[in-house]
Design a protein around this ligand. Sequence first.
Ligand code: FES
Ligand code: FES
Length: 171
Amino acid sequence: MTTLALTINGRAYGPTEVRDELSMNDFLREYLGLTGTKFGCGAAQCLSCAIIVDNPDGTSTTSPTCVVAAANFNGKAIRTDEGHARGNELSALQKAFIEHFAFQCGYCTAGFLNEGQVLLERLARKPVARVDLETTIAEALDGHLCRCTGYVKYHEAVRDVILADPKRYLV
Ligand code: FES
Ligand code: FES
């Protein structure tokens, strides 16, 4: 058993005792009821299970949860899909996903949403040139698999959010 204490969407959880082998995906979904995080391949191949990890230096990254033990997140601050909206107000990226019909079955959406949000925050810290935007989006979302092949719509949605606020995201 391992003691686990972490921050999820700005709220402190734990300390609580968890089995060493308990996956983060099971901890979020089965223990906390945070089912916005999905389980797809279970083999670190599709990233539908990705969450956001907020690093102490102010940067953020995504991490799969299916193959990573919950204990690995001890002491960390993470965000899940439940943390994007502010009350009833969806985030700009959530709205864009809906406006673009970016998802079909929706199973990959959680991972794309978290990855897209990490990209937006990265660009807000370090904007890129317009000419580099398409490559930047493609590289950021690379690795997320969509069985319904909705990649183009996800890219368009992320691009729209960026172009709607060019002073923030572009140089
Ligand atoms: S379910 Fe975790 S990478 Fe596919
Ligand atoms: S919308 Fe179905 S897997 Fe992407």
